[in-house]
Write a protein that binds this ligand. Structure first.
Ligand code: ATP
Ligand code: MG
Length: 419
């Protein structure tokens, strides 16, 4: 991609009204645009990151038997009334033309209701179970506080997976599989998460589990043990700060602010009972289907990665999520045609390169932009390096650049990209 052709430009100054470092950096870099409080456009650079996250999420969900689909955002009132969720504060209501008096739809903020009602047609017998479907979709929630940038949107991207089972035991077998898949997703996104015991929230009376990333910008508080990894949300905490962890006895409990990047819920039969989702077991007995639901905040995850992976100059994208692998900078006009040719060769061998070939931009500005955008490999072609038939490569997370030949440069970029 030629940087001169990019839809966006970087911003020197901080956007007004943003508190979270991730929101400031994502807006300054041109990854996201704030249209309204809690409402963001994912710009081309940001969308490339989101697509990489989605690819990881899809691979992990497909690996545990999830089947991808797409449900509507407009959810009719009757579905939500059946499950008792029509009057929830989080819902943005929508009116149908000619029936302005009363809203007939809500913009989907979670999809258990509509999905359970649909599944009635497809699940009849124990032979149909278990099943799991998921989607990656825009969700709408009427959040009272939308002050943390993409960490808390009124409109945001979520991956929601739902599973259907004949028994509680089978649900919990799958729940453990989802936990592993989630841990793999977060690990691949370079995030360390605590699998945290949490309350039922609005979905279920049983305990649920959240995936929490320690960060001062987080709105949650968890108690956790570094030795065994056990953690509890403060809403349900039995652990005490400074006391010995009751789970392992090996270390003192710590307390910290955290960001919830995922949440999994053993729903039980609530939604099946409400929607008439029953199956016939081996003896022909009619039973309610046992369900689980599992969410990952995709856009929150992107912002969380920025909270964790940044320095005073900008974003430091993990290689697995970076919008491009290499950022090629043209420092010297006299090298333009050689650098153009290098760009095309790298691109043609499948390396994702952002090529800063803008005219009238100083070297200082190019370096500052490269640091802000946080692409893993900065490649510089100058008169000095050209004379040596070499290029200067610097990893965003390292101080020292190195001089390499083109073959070595390709090798570095290619192996990193495949990860
Ligand atoms: P929170 O406690 O932060 O309000 P929640 O518990 O209401 O979130 P869930 O219903 O568990 O959210 O949604 C699944 C996931 O979607 C969350 O774990 C989180 O990562 C993400 N998410 C929820 N609300 C938002 C939001 N307003 N903006 C961005 N992501 C969100
Ligand atoms: Mg939650």
């Amino acid at each position: 991609m030629y940087q001169s052709r990019l839809f966006t430009k970087t911003m020197r100054e901080e956007p007004s009204g943003e508190i979270a470092a991730s929101a400031i950096l994502l807006e300054r870099g041109g990854f996201a645009f704030k249209n309204s409080a809690g409402v963001y456009t994912l710009l081309p650079l940001g969308w490339r990151v989101i697509e990489r996250i989605n690819t990881i999420v899809r691979e992990e969900m497909n690996a545990i038997g999830g089947q991808e689909m797409l449900m509507p955002a407009l959810i009719e009132r009757r579905y939500m009334e059946a499950t008792g969720r029509w009057n929830m504060d989080v819902g943005f209501r929508a009116h149908v033309r000619g029936e302005e008096d009363e809203a007939q739809f809500v913009l989907g903020w979670s999809h258990e209701d509509i999905l359970a009602a649909m599944a009635v047609r497809f699940i009849n017998s124990y032979r149909d179970l278990p099943l799991a479907v998921y989607q990656i979709q825009t969700k709408f929630r009427n959040e009272a506080r939308a002050k943390s940038g993409l960490l808390r949107g009124r409109e945001f991207m979520m991956k929601d997976l739902y599973s259907f089972h004949a028994t509680q035991e089978d649900l919990f077998r799958y729940y453990a599989e989802v936990r592993k898949a989630y841990e793999s997703v977060f690990h691949r996104c370079s995030l360390e998460t605590y699998y945290t015991l949490a309350g039922g929230g609005v979905f279920t009376l049983q305990n649920t589990h959240e995936f929490q990333v320690l960060s001062d910008i987080g709105e949650d508080t968890i108690f956790f043990c570094k030795a065994c990894g056990y953690a509890e949300n403060d809403e349900v905490a039995t652990l005490k700060e400074g006391a010995v962890c009751t789970q392992c006895g090996a270390a003192a409990v710590q307390k910290g602010k955290s960001i919830e990047v995922g949440n999994i819920f053993p729903l039980g039969t609530k939604y099946a009972q409400a929607t008439g989702l029953f199956f016939a077991d081996e003896r022909g007995e009619k039973k309610p289907v046992v369900m689980g639901s599992y969410g990952i905040g995709i856009s929150r995850l992107m912002a969380t990665v920025v909270e964790i992976h940044r320095d005073e100059r900008g974003i430091v994208w993990p290689e697995s999520l970076a919008p491009f692998t290499a950022h090629l900078l043209l420092l010297d006009e006299s090298q333009r045609s050689e650098t153009d040719a290098l760009y095309r060769r790298l691109r043609d061998c499948g390396i994702a390169v952002l090529y800063d070939e803008r005219q009238g931009v100083s070297a200082g500005e190019r370096f500052a932009d490269a640091d802000l955008l946080g692409i893993p490999y900065r490649v510089v072609a100058s008169k000095k390096t050209a004379a040596l038939h070499k290029y200067e490569v610097k990893r965003r997370d390292e101080q020292q650049e190195r001089l390499v030949e083109e073959s070595a440069l390709r090798e570095i970029c290619r192996t990193k990209q495949q990860k």
